[in-house]
Design a protein. Structure first.
Length: 366
């Protein structure tokens, strides 16, 4: 088994794995499971300090993004797609797929979105129903100030869909001005992949209830969950063992008084060590406490670095993809990965791998 130091999936704690093996009831018919599901949803909302309602969905993080778009967007709705990364621009596909008129607000990928610039833009252009944005755009390790961007959008009555899949519970997230906040099980929550969830504001619920057209999906339809608790009825059979695991992972988070400090410490240690090795961080600002990325140094490839980490140290890091493919290496220090022992071991190993590759490079030149 490799030690996975990737920006999701992350290492899964033993008590989460054990919870997934708990005895199962019939989640359709046993009302105690409805209570368990609701308590797990309430724990997620509680850990975010919000009374916005959480709904857990049976599908990976991407399902939350798609369900948010499918449920909120009506044909012809103008949607502002805030984009400074791969997940940022990716929202345009979901918007278009569900009939929205996507308008890209594209800014450079190496800087966080600038709230003041958005404010200026909106004074002239604010005829949007909805905006989408990404808190941590994982492929480039970019952290945007989602709370401030949402409060600006909200001041124009624009509903916001926020992808915080790779930041939530590693970086503070305040849902107050976020209408549909999207999360997943396998990043900082450190449950296995398989579940996603949405945290809905009263405004989001109202828009969904008042839709004039039906939601053109069943599995990505959030409305079918609005009455599950009163009706004691789920739209489809819930993946009970996955939810047991998620509930245990959330208990671990709830009990962790040093959650955000631990992430901040691991991230700042990681950045310091990478800089001291002479590496260049990407981006140059907007660092996330959940993932750090650096440029592949000249004279070596991402595959050589990743391969050396696996073969000589049994540690898995991630490259990147899209426009960042081959250019970046990413270290995921989120959730269970975010301990000083893990990041120290990882950076010691990386130092060793880079030293070997540099020596090999010099020998090849001779
Ligand atoms: C991981 C991730 C998702 C979910 O992607 P999956 O392929 O379902 O894991 C969504 N958004 C961001 C920013 C992510 O990092």
């Amino acid at each position: 088994m490799y030690k996975i130091m990737t920006p999701g999936p992350t290492q899964v704690a033993e008590n989460v794995r054990i919870a997934r093996s708990w005895e199962c009831t019939n989640p359709d018919l046993d009302e105690s499971f409805v209570e368990f599901y609701k308590n797990t949803c309430d724990t997620i909302s509680g850990c975010l300090n919000t009374d916005h309602e959480t709904i857990i969905l049976d599908g990976e993080g991407i399902l939350a993004l798609e369900a948010a778009c499918a449920s909120l967007i009506e044909p012809g709705d103008r949607v502002l797609v805030l984009d400074n990364g791969i997940y940022g621009s990716g929202f345009a596909d979901f918007v278009t797929m569900y009939g929205g008129a996507a308008e890209l607000y594209t800014r450079p990928a190496d800087k966080p979105l600038d709230s003041e610039e958005l404010k200026c833009y909106l004074t002239e252009h604010h005829d949007y129903k909805i905006a989408t944005l990404v808190h941590c755009d994982t492929p480039s390790a970019m952290l945007n100030d989602a709370a401030s961007l949402c409060s600006i959008l909200k001041s124009y009555g624009i509903l916001t869909i926020v992808d915080a899949v790779s930041s939530m519970f590693g970086e503070p997230v305040d849902p107050v001005d976020m209408d549909i906040l999207c999360g997943g099980s396998q990043k900082a929550i450190s449950a296995p992949p398989g579940l996603s969830f949405v945290v809905l504001s009263p405004d989001a619920k109202a828009k969904i209830k008042e839709r004039k057209t039906p939601i053109p999906s069943f599995y990505a339809n959030l409305k079918v969950f609005f009455t599950y608790y009163e009706d004691k009825w789920f739209p489809y059979t819930m993946p009970i063992s996955d939810i047991y695991g998620l509930a245990q992972a959330m208990e671990n988070i709830k009990k962790d008084a040093a959650l955000y400090q631990r992430h901040a410490d691991c991230a700042s240690y990681t950045r310091d060590r990478l800089r001291s090795m002479g590496l260049t961080l990407y981006p140059a600002e907007g660092y996330s406490n959940t993932v750090t990325s650096f440029l592949v140094p000249d004279g070596m490839t991402d595959k050589e670095i990743l391969g050396g980490m696996l073969e000589n140290h049994n540690i898995m890091l991630a490259g990147s993809f899209g426009t960042f493919g081959g250019k970046l290496i990413r270290i995921g220090h989120m959730g269970t990965n975010a301990t000083m022992e893990n990041v120290m071991e990882t950076l010691d190993a990386l130092e060793d791998v880079l030293r070997h590759l540099q020596l090999k490079g010099q020998e090849n030149k001779r």
